[in-house]
Design a protein around this ligand. Structure first.
Ligand code: ADP
Length: 624
């Protein structure tokens, strides 16, 4: 545009300058024609006054010949009739010098002989300057002398030059403009446009933009600089993204593997993130939660508990809250800790982080512990009370009692002391089993433990008329276990079997190895190992189906109501605890009036110790 304006201005200036020169030349032309006319008129007027026409013609012809610039000369009489003209325009053949043409001239011309009429007109041969000079002698008007003067050739040439120069200047400026534009497009505009495109795409975050143009000089350096900058940004971006992704993956896996539930809500209370534990605790597995309101997703009780604190926090009037709630089906005790997440300035609420702890097991353990303590206290109180009563009676009324009664009282107090001792021992055994104590497991000869148990109960069984039998193969493989603990298992099981059998009934101990390919029990992920199966069977009183489900509970005794037999109700719990420590479990089958069989499997001595530890931990975790 600037070039165009400059070109127009320059062309205009050139045009006006040359035009001015031309005008000046044209004025010179006019003055020349006027002077020529006046000169000729002053020479020929006396001849015209005297009527010397021949002389007039001669002078005129000489004048005509002397100047190349004269186109024509003619004379007209006062009436305007042309009577002489060079070159001759022939009208009448009889008189060459007479021209029958009449000239129309302005009236006032004859009044101003020094001020001839000058005009220009265009002929096919070019422009002609006409000069009409009145010939006046004194007061006498002799007519008009007219001559046509060719324009000055230099002026003509300058006019042509003016036009040509103007056109040439204009055309050359335009050619320059076009060449400049093309040059710009090729060398500047294209790289600049490419640079602009590259800068825009970098600004939009696309750091892969590069400019591949073969441009040299400073522009080339600029493009190279851009490419280097974009490459560095790209590398930086990639490193950043990698770091961010790694950090995100770490966070996500941390959140996903957290034992506690974790939820992130947006400032409107909609779920942004929920880890698998939270989904499991709220029973929302497999559901799409993103962008959903949290409250309607929760169980009724929890929703009611959570509504107020959550709304207060979303209203930005509180920073943290804690809710404890018990849900039904499944029955769970949950503790929810809500924490507001704010921006750097700490003013705008960005979301709410919720951690969910499942306190069910803790609560159950606490309840079990309380139950256990109250049971122990209750069980301890009864023998203590009995001992105290008998000892008190003996103390207060000792002299009034006969020897037999004294003996009976002392025997009762003694029996109650035994019961108390048993109870305390059992409680201690149980608590030892539940402690984190590490037991040593070694290759153990189970046959020896079984023999020892039989010897212990032989007398008792004989007294009751119960037969004790042992069925063990000669080459019984050793098991991996703790001899003392396993002895206690036999002691409790055989003790119960003898206790709940009557005369004529029998108690049998059996042990035999299982084959290698024993099937995996459902829920037991460990590989089937060769094991030794142990059975303690009796044909005693048996246990009802209902009681079968409860005999392993602590302090549960079928004969609780009757208390016919001594016992603490802890024996089977201890058996179960010991077998769990061995990575095994105790099973039973019983029928009232038919008998009861307890059995369990033990790993053979070659068993993998690590696997035993894992399976023991798993069993212990299942024991509440
Ligand atoms: P206790 O020390 O009272 O025997 P246990 O835990 O060993 O406690 O047994 C719990 C209950 O299981 C016993 O009170 C008894 O009623 C029942 N029981 C255990 N073993 C037998 C058995 N072999 N035959 C019949 N009942 C049994």
């Amino acid at each position: 545009m600037a070039t165009l304006v400059v070109s127009i201005v320059m062309t205009g200036l050139t045009f006006f300058a040359l035009n001015g020169i031309q005008m000046e030349a044209r004025m010179g032309d006019t003055r020349y024609a006027r002077d020529l006319g006046l000169l000729l008129a002053s020479n020929v007027t006396p001849l015209a006054v005297d009527g010397r026409d021949r002389e007039l013609a001669r002078v005129t012809e000489e004048f005509w010949r002397s100047s190349r610039s004269l186109r024509y000369i003619f004379y007209a009489d006062p009436e305007g009739i042309i009577y002489l003209g060079i070159p001759i325009s022939k009208v009448d053949s009889s008189n060459d010098l007479l021209l029958s043409r009449r000239l129309e001239l302005p009236e006032d011309l004859r009044q101003r002989p020094q001020n001839p009429l000058i005009r220009q007109h265009l002929t096919p041969d070019g422009l002609v300057t006409d000069v009409f000079v009145p010939m006046v002698s004194g007061d006498r008007y002799l007519g008009v002398m007219a001559l046509g003067v060719n324009p000055n050739e230099a002026v003509l040439a300058s006019a042509a030059l003016t036009r040509n120069v103007t056109v040439a200047v204009f055309v050359s400026i335009w050619v320059l403009v076009i060449l400049g534009a093309v040059f710009n497009a090729l060398t500047i505009t294209r790289p600049v446009k490419e640079l602009l495109r590259g800068v825009r795409s970098v600004a939009d975050g696309n750091f892969g933009a590069r400019i591949a143009l073969p441009v040299g000089g400073e522009l080339g350096e600029l493009l190279n600089g851009f490419n280097t900058m974009a490459a560095k940004l790209e590398a930086y971006d990639e490193a950043n993204i990698e770091e961010l992704t790694a950090a995100q993956v770490k966070q996500q896996s941390l959140i996903a593997t957290m034992a506690d539930g974790a939820l992130l809500l947006d400032p409107q209370g909609r779920v942004v993130l929920a880890n698998p534990t939270a989904r499991r605790l709220f029973r929302l597995e497999g559901r799409r939660l993103d962008g959903m309101d949290l409250l309607p997703l929760l169980p009724d009780l929890l929703r009611m508990e959570l509504q107020d604190p959550l709304e207060t926090m979303l209203g930005n009037s509180r920073d943290s809250a804690e809710v404890r709630c018990t849900t039904k089906e499944p029955s769970r005790t949950l503790r929810l800790v809500l924490q507001a997440v704010r921006d750097g300035s700490g003013e705008t609420l960005k979301g709410i982080a919720v951690t969910v702890q499942d306190l069910t097991r803790e609560v159950e353990l606490n309840a079990a512990q309380s139950r256990f303590i109250s049971n122990v206290s209750h069980e301890l109180r009864t023998p203590l009370f009995n001992i105290k009563s008998y000892v008190e009676t003996l103390h207060d009324m000792g002299d009034q009692l006969d020897e037999e009664m004294t003996k009976e009282f002392l025997a009762t107090a003694n029996a109650e002391t035994d019961r108390l001792t048993r109870l305390v021992n059992d409680v201690l055994d149980l608590s030892r089993l539940e402690s984190d104590r590490v037991w040593s497991f070694e290759p153990t000869d189970l046959g020896a433990a079984m023999e020892q148990t039989l010897r212990t109960y032989k007398l008792n069984a004989d007294d009751k008329g119960v037969s004790l039998d042992i069925e063990v193969p000669a080459s019984l493989p050793k098991v991996r276990g703790n001899y003392d603990l396993l002895l206690q298992v036999f002691d409790n099981l055989v003790g119960n079997a003898v206790k709940f059998s009557s005369s004529g009934e029998m108690v049998q101990l059996r042990a035999y190895p299982w084959p290698d390919s024993c099937p995996m029990t459902p829920g037991d992920a460990s590989s089937p190992l060769p094991r030794l199966r142990v059975e303690v069977a009796d044909s005693g009183s048996g246990i009802s189906e209902e009681d079968c489900r409860r005999v392993f509970e602590r302090f549960y005794r079928v004969e609780n109501a009757v208390h016919t037999e001594a016992g603490t109700g802890l024996g089977l719990s201890i058996v179960q605890g010991i077998l769990h420590k061995h990575g095994s479990d105790v099973h039973m089958v019983s029928e009232l009036g038919v008998g009861t069989t307890f059995w369990f499997d033990l790993p053979l001595e070659g068993a993998d110790n690590d696997e035993l530890i894992i399976s023991a931990e798993r069993k212990a975790a299942a024991l509440v």
